[in-house]
Design a protein around this ligand. Structure first.
Ligand code: SF4
Ligand code: SF4
Length: 178
């Protein structure tokens, strides 16, 4: 893999940072490197961190919002209450196949507040056409990987440019919705 690195000077502060262009295929999917050198591993680890912070990526190693069975469906979310959502400004959710970027696991005794504030669009709420839910293992952007990262992620995400686990997910998942 050849990385293209641009250096830009920010306007507001005299700070430089690199902008990296990962190679992509004809479908626009980032291409997994054949060999993960230490330099490339740093770039991929940063891509994963970016996904956690910007597109709600979650897996076994990233903490709170991970679903071990990889469905991320509303009916198994701590914000679900009587087929409605405590967080979103929405009238009812689909328990089996609805989900959003704010999915969180049910935890006994974990209190939630009746907010009803966040818009469904801001939360990327959607109902999966498959009637089951989401997850990298159902995502059209996941690819069989040649490599495994140092934490054991053994699939490649062509959309975000880093390794993933089958039961991980992010809000950019390409699952068709109704
Ligand atoms: S809409 Fe989001 S936050 Fe609300 S119950 Fe569904 S997954 Fe949870
Ligand atoms: S494979 Fe799909 S769901 Fe998984 S991180 Fe990539 S875009 Fe998101």
């Amino acid at each position: 893999m050849r990385l293209t690195v641009h250096n830009h000077r920010r306007r507001a502060a005299d700070v430089k940072r690199a902008i990296i262009d990962l190679p992509s295929d004809a479908e626009g999917m980032f291409i997994e490197p054949d060999v993960v050198t230490p330099e490339i591993a740093v770039v991929l680890a940063h891509n994963l961190e970016r996904s956690v912070n910007h597109v709600a990526y979650a897996d076994e190693f990233t903490g709170g919002t991970y679903d071990p069975i990889g469905r991320y469906n509303c009916g198994r979310c701590n914000q679900e209450e009587r087929s409605d959502c405590l967080l979103l400004d929405i009238n009812g959710i689909n328990e089996q196949a609805g989900s959003c970027r704010d999915w969180e696991p049910e935890r006994t005794g974990d209190p939630e507040m009746r907010l009803k504030r966040k818009s469904p669009d801001a939360a990327s709420y959607g109902v999966a056409k498959n009637g089951v839910g989401f997850g990298c293992h159902r995502c059209p952007f996941v690819r069989t990987a040649k490599n495994v990262d140092s934490q054991g992620r053994s699939s490649w995400c062509g959309e975000n440019g880093h390794y993933v686990t089958p039961t991980a997910c992010c809000e950019l998942n390409g699952a068709p919705t109704v």
